[in-house]
Design a protein around this ligand. Structure first.
Ligand code: TYM
Length: 334
């Protein structure tokens, strides 16, 4: 089987963008691959974080992976900081990656503006750590949302550069991974501005639907979400980004095709569509919320999942790390 690796940062809650852009794909494809899903807690401190909630948030994300349908028969779930090879490979890759490759990263530039004087070296280095996550597992495919495309191109460039400099064409050390970005759900937009992506860092919680939001809150957010005064609903009208986003959300959550949604909704007004979207969202998230509660009530089980995940991940990661060190010419540990 081919290998899949992906991850989510433990920064509070997960929203519909994370679910529809990434985790839903993981669940859909997992049977066909050998999968590693990581809670990327080292990435979570590249912007200011609260030490009081990091551990709890890490549990939350791991439990959500399971609640969303990640199946341990096909997939391994682990915490990034538990496998020290991630930090170590990141350092080694730091030393072979030109600085200007990182300075070009759009996500760095966007986040750096918000941080001003306090931008950490870690924020700049974020994509290298991500490359290390992927390359350690010789991943063939990396299922992510559209916003991670540039980071995956960088990962490919780093792997190719490493192989060029330190390996032979016949026997490359690092596997060059392919992104897996589905056309639908790869870019879920904000509820308050259809031209911006739904994001954990948006100061307004009304801009996103979190997977664990209770039904009343989902209802309130959808009631208040931005719409337009045009009658009738349609996809792909550039002047109606909110309309396209909300119809897409409905289709994905209801499991209906674009054509089915168009037929069903084209004559509707917002007053009719919003309750439908709200009800569909609540129904789609309900099983996730129930399963999540069940898992969080059983921390021993969750600890066991993460302990076993760490063991499996470590074996694969340490092997790659030692190959990389050999290629770089290191004296083996005595
Ligand atoms: P994070 O936690 O910011 O995002 C997790 C995943 O959610 C996707 N995503 C979205 N998809 C569609 N619409 C949106 N509005 C939206 N917002 C977020 C992201 O594309 C991502 O797939 N850098 C990664 C974490 C990471 C990683 C890795 C991923 C670290 N190492 C190795 C893959 C492989 C990230 O963006 O996390």
């Amino acid at each position: 089987k081919q290998r899949v690796l992906s991850g989510v940062q433990p920064t509070g809650n997960l929203h519909l963008g994370n679910y529809l852009g990434a985790i839903r794909t993981w669940v859909d494809i997992q049977e066909n691959y050998d999968n590693f899903f990581c809670v990327v807690d080292l990435h979570a401190i590249t912007v200011p974080h609260d030490p009081k909630s990091l551990a709890q948030d890490t549990y939350t994300i791991a439990a959500l992976y399971l609640a969303c349908g990640i199946d341990l028969e096909y997939s391994t779930i682990f915490v990034q900081s538990h496998v020290t090879a991630h930090s170590e490979l990141a350092w080694l890759l730091n030393c072979i990656t030109p600085l200007n490759w990182l300075e070009r990263m759009i996500q760095f530039k966007e986040k750096a503006v918000k941080q001003g004087e306090n931008v950490s070296v870690g924020l700049l280095d974020y994509p290298i750590l991500m490359a290390a996550d992927i390359l350690l597992y010789n991943a063939d495919r990396v299922p992510v949302g559209e916003d991670q495309k540039q980071h995956l191109e960088l990962t490919r460039d780093i792997a190719a550069r490493f192989n060029d400099q330190f390996a032979t064409r016949q026997k490359p050390v690092l596997k060059i991974p392919e992104p897996l970005i589905r056309s639908e759900g790869a870019r879920v937009m904000s509820l308050t501005d259809g031209t911006r992506k739904m994001s954990k860092s948006d100061p307004s919680d009304l801009s996103r639907i979190n997977l664990l939001d209770p039904p009343e809150l989902i209802d309130k957010k959808i009631k208040r979400c931005k719409t337009d005064p045009v009658r009738g609903l349609e996809f792909d009208n550039k002047d109606r980004p909110e309309c396209n986003n909300l119809l897409s959300l409905y289709g994905l959550l209801a499991g209906k095709t674009k054509q089915e949604v168009t037929l069903e909704c084209q004559e509707m007004g917002w007053g009719q569509f919003k309750p439908l979207l709200s009800e569909t969202t609540v129904e789609a998230l309900k099983p996730i919320r129930l399963k999540y509660q069940e898992i969080m009530d059983n921390k021993d089980y969750l600890d066991k999942v993460l302990r076993e995940g760490k063991e499996k991940a470590q074996t694969v990661a340490n092997h790659t790390l030692s190959e990389v060190k050999k290629a770089l010419g290191y004296l083996p540990s005595l």
